[in-house]
Design a protein around this ligand. Structure first.
Ligand code: 5AD
Ligand code: SF4
Length: 447
């Protein structure tokens, strides 16, 4: 038995979908009358976890240890601990056995968190890792609390692609799309709560499919066109996409829809056809490059981003060099790159030719040097341009604010404008990770 918690904290790790889920869990617990506080003071701590690589998974266990130790040191009662997210889904009861946590709840069943917390307080084991498609959305509060100027909205979940290295198809389940009206309603609620920009989220967001109010089949491009008509919504983004779901209709939305920002995160993972086949990516190097050409033809200033894995089992030096060649050809504005991490239960974990950690380290360094060079080149090429910046929050210096350019660059600027304002800004200099901008004193300032 534990006392029923009165305060809570949610800590999210990993991808943006977890950030969204974390916000929804916080809203849910607040609706139950619990007060949000810092993790170190909370009666209930929800760890919203990531399983994508081994390091991320191990972090859960060290965090649990730290929370308990901090409570001991300060003489507080140990908090109730709920493990949510993808580690909860993948490891289920194992977490209870290994770390004696109170609640384990998967990413598709977190709407049941209040019931599970009550069960745990009554001394019952509280575990739910069912994967009921879409059930949670209907059970979450419809009104959104205060939204950030840039808000997330999950429109699609799960993955049917089964890349051989990836746990997502197992932790998030099959691909499902939320219905059109649920998405439009939630977008409206976010705008009413202060959002100026919405990023549509999904593990394969561009696989989103549904029907509009009239029953006409629609894809992500159609959904974006509908959201573009929402009064008060200035900017739309979406992430993450799979090359094979990049339809002509979506490419045309980049050409036609002004509020759709010129940025595309389109992971390729590797540059060699043999590695792509072993990864079960269902696309070739050349197919990807031709797709990039079509996107650029539709929206010439688009900033491209990607994900890369180095040291996939069997990757030779020559095959790795093909990844370096590919990044030279594309010129990414930013990218994420990782050492291959074998994940239990995935086909690649049992493949021959696992690459040594030293070789992976060395390849990652070379890849990141190239990606950093390209990011810097992209940033430098935008110096002198005037663009709209969405102000998101205060910076570190007095009078300094931080916002985002259309190309998702972080922009620092001195201004009296506040969060949520859209300013006309000239980009005046480029750093490795951000830009400095000059507020031209025009643009739209929120009242
Ligand atoms: N090892 C390393 N990186 C991985 N990713 C997914 N699974 C693994 C793994 N087992 C990377 C991919 C994916 C991103 C979210 O994480 O690049 O696009
Ligand atoms: Fe994982 Fe591949 Fe699905 Fe992306 S497309 S979530 S990398 S299986």
């Amino acid at each position: 038995m534990k006392p029923t918690p009165k305060t809570f904290a949610v800590k999210s790790f990993g991808c943006q979908m977890n950030v969204y889920d974390g916000e929804r869990m916080a809203e849910l617990m607040a609706a139950q009358g619990l007060s949000p506080v810092e993790a170190g003071e909370a009666d209930l701590v929800v760890l919203n976890t990531c399983h994508i690589r081994e390091k991320a998974t191990e972090k859960v266990y060290s965090d649990i240890g730290r929370l308990r130790k901090d409570a001991r040191v300060t003489g507080r009662e140990a908090p109730m601990i709920a493990v949510a997210g993808c580690v909860a889904q993948a490891e289920g009861a194992e977490i209870v056995a290994r770390a004696k946590v109170d609640v384990v709840v998967g990413p598709q069943s977190y709407h049941r968190l209040p019931v599970l917390v009550a069960d745990a307080a009554a001394g019952h084991p509280a575990l739910d890792t069912e994967l009921p498609a879409l059930a949670k959305f209907g059970a979450l509060p419809a009104r959104r609390r205060r939204a950030n100027p840039s808000a997330f909205l999950t429109v699609q979940e799960g993955c049917d692609k089964f890349c051989t290295y990836c746990v997502v198809p197992y932790t998030r389940g099959a691909e499902i799309s939320r219905p059109w009206t649920a998405i439009v309603d939630e977008a409206r609620a976010l705008v009413d709560a202060g959002a100026k920009e919405i990023t549509l989220l999904g593990q394969n967001v561009n696989a989103w499919a549904g029907e509009d109010e009239t029953g006409r089949p629609q894809g992500l491009g159609g959904l974006i066109r509908a959201l573009d008509r929402l009064p008060g919504l200035a900017r739309i983004r979406y992430t993450t996409s799979h090359p094979n779901d990049m339809t002509q209709e979506l490419i045309e939305a980049h050409r036609d829809v002004e509020s759709l920002m010129p940025f595309l995160h389109l992971p390729v993972q590797a540059g060699s056809d043999r590695v792509l086949r072993a990864m079960n990516r269902h696309h070739t190097r050349d197919g990807y490059l031709r797709l990039i050409d079509r996107v650029r033809a539709a929206r010439p200033d688009i900033a491209l981003s990607g994900d890369f894995i180095v040291g996939f089992p069997g990757e030779t030096e020559a095959e790795f060099a093909e990844t370096l060649g590919l990044i030279d050809r594309v010129g990414y504005a930013q990218a994420f790159s990782f050492k291959y991490s074998p994940r239990p239960g995935t086909p690649a974990a049992d493949m021959a030719g696992q690459v040594s950690p030293e070789v992976m380290d060395e390849r990652l360094q070379r890849l990141q040097a190239g990606l950093n060079r390209d990011q810097h080149a992209f940033n430098a090429a935008t110096v002198g341009r005037t663009c709209r910046v969405l102000v998101e929050r205060a910076g570190k210096l007095p009078g300094q604010m931080l916002g985002k350019s259309p190309w998702l660059q972080s922009v620092h600027l001195l201004t009296d404008a506040g969060a949520g304002d859209l300013l006309d800004v000239t980009l005046v200099s480029a750093g490795p990770n951000s830009m400095a901008g000059l507020d031209l004193g025009e643009g739209r300032r929120a009242a």
